[in-house]
Design a protein around this ligand. Structure first.
Ligand SMILES: [Ca+2]
Length: 502
């Protein structure tokens, strides 16, 4: 009997050893390098090499050893999509996290990949099908425009999952998307168009109304180009910001230098208008008009959809050409290369009413990620965390609220949406971070808990630091809830607040 047990034990041991032995080579250098010969439709693997922990990539340091895979994807004859996929050589968490891009920039997002890799993720990023900033790549290359609009991200995701399946013994457990700005637009596009690609999606400050934002930024830039005296230099923007905060800070019941819901701030810049000549302490009539222009909501005269402006409180992020240099450049390139397809087109030719219609029609929902029908994504059980800073000077935060409300309407009420899609507005936060409000948070952990444990994020704690020390924490709340002060305790402590209806 004992001999039999011993025999069984020996057999078990042999099986265990066999499994371990079988498994080990898959995570060794040779297995990584063998990925170079992997046959994938529409994809050519151009690099498969182990990078050791501590090795440098650009200015970054690898937090763990990984298998670095680079590939070129050609879903169309004119496509040239570069991707990288990094596979932890050990300590893989069984999950995949794809990361997003910024503006029109054709560049693989190494920093975000490093962050995902450090958490044990297999991670991927694409250059979206072209190299470098700007949209000149699209001129005469409609297929490259499609690659940028949605195809590069989807193809990257499909290819990455195949490589992950080839490299690891264990199956992929969960797939995530994490992006902000253009990466937030990519996030929404995936949820709308390829609902099976990801189990969980983080959409930060999504540029989902890409053409509306381009029109708004060019509209402001056009006005300021015509009249230099109307520009709001940073000292005047600071003056305006101080007056806005002074007028609206306490509308939320807490005097903390941050306006919780700037839509309630009905500040009229005309109160700052100079009584006499221009001075540091006042705004000229032209500067008052500029401030109103930046806050203003325009309407697409054909679709009647509102193209929202910037919010009171965002003034410190404005440049003297309005919005930001990035918004202006992205807007100009949108019209020059994608709408008019004319490299000589310039901002002085812009006509808002005619050109916003033309921009949206020519886009035909290719780059814009405005489709509110998330039913397939939701029915699949996938989860979407959307967030946006109320002081974002780049992409109107009200566009995030508008989209969320359109999803609620399309799906038949907030009850149909709450279990799958939540929007977190961050008071005082700038574009994807920064700003005077709490602006640091861990959306990845919140999403992991929602997707993997079914624990929906009823609040997400955000913090703010000064000189490397956290000086305020505050819950971010699922829209339309806001963080309400309980009446006792420090207003710099998240525990003094609870998420509640406004
Ligand atoms: Ca306040």
């Amino acid at each position: 009997m004992r001999a039999l047990v011993g025999g069984v034990s020996a057999l078990l041991l042999a099986v265990v050893v066999a499994v371990v032995v079988n498994r080990e080579p898959l995570q060794a250098a040779t297995a990584c390098e063998n990925l170079a010969t992997l046959a994938l439709p529409g994809a050519t693997i151009t690099l498969a090499r182990v990078v050791e922990a501590g090795a440098g990539i650009q200015t970054l340091t690898a937090p763990r050893a990984f298998c670095r895979v680079a590939a070129t994807l050609k879903p169309s004859s004119d496509s040239d999509i570069k991707i990288e996929l990094w596979l932890p050589a050990s300590g893989w968490n069984g999950k995949f996290q794809a990361v997003g891009n910024g503006a029109f920039n054709g560049a693989i997002g190494y920093p975000a990949m490093m962050t995902a890799l450090a958490r044990g993720y297999a991670t991927a990023s694409t250059d979206t099908g072209h190299v470098g900033p700007g949209a000149s790549f699209a001129l005469g290359h409609p297929e490259k425009a499609v690659d940028f609009a949605w195809r590069a991200v989807h193809e990257m995701t499909v290819t990455s999952k195949k490589v992950i399946a080839a490299y690891y013994d264990d199956g992929l457990r969960f797939s995530y998307w994490n992006g902000c700005s253009a990466g937030g637009r990519q996030a929404m596009k995936e949820a709308q168009r390829f609902p099976a690609d990801f189990d969980g999606i983080i959409a930060g400050a999504p540029g989902l109304d890409w053409t509306g934002r381009a029109a708004q930024a060019v509209h402001v830039a056009s006005a300021l180009q015509k009249d230099e005296a109307a520009r709001l230099a940073s000292a005047k923007a600071r003056l305006l910001h101080g007056a806005v905060v002074n007028a609206c800070d306490t509308l939320d019941g807490v005097k903390d230098g941050v306006i919780d819901d700037p839509r309630r701030c009905a500040f009229d810049p005309a109160v700052l208008q100079c009584k006499g000549p221009d001075q540091e302490s006042c705004l000229t009539p032209a500067q008052v008009r500029t401030a109103k222009l930046l806050y203003s909501t325009k309407v697409n005269p054909k679709t009647e959809r509102a193209i929202t402006g910037l919010m009171p409180g965002s003034e410190l992020g404005w440049t003297d050409m309005g919005w930001t240099a990035s918004a202006r450049a992205t807007g100009l390139d949108q019209f020059r290369f994608l709408v008019f397809k004319d490299p000589t087109w310039d901002i002085d030719r812009f006509n808002f009413d005619a050109d916003i219609v033309r921009a949206e029609e020519s886009d035909n929902n290719t780059i814009n990620a405005l489709d509110p029908n998330l039913k397939a994504f939701i029915d699949r059980g996938s989860k979407l965390i959307q967030y946006h800073g109320w002081s974002d000077p780049q992409i109107s935060p009200a566009s995030s609220v508008q989209y969320y409300q359109r999803v609620v309407e399309a799906l038949g009420g907030a009850d149909k949406v709450r279990g799958s899609h939540r929007l977190f507005m961050a008071p005082g936060m700038g574009h994807c971070g920064g700003g005077e409000g709490p602006n640091t948070f861990d959306m990845v952990s919140a999403l992991e808990q929602w997707v993997e444990q079914g624990k929906a994020p009823d609040q997400i704690i955000a913090s703010r630091s000064a000189n490397g020390v956290v000086d305020r924490t505050r819950p971010l709340c699922p829209y339309p809830q806001v963080a309400k002060y309980k009446g006792t305790g420090s207003t710099n402590d998240a525990a003094s607040f609870a998420c509640a209806s406004p």
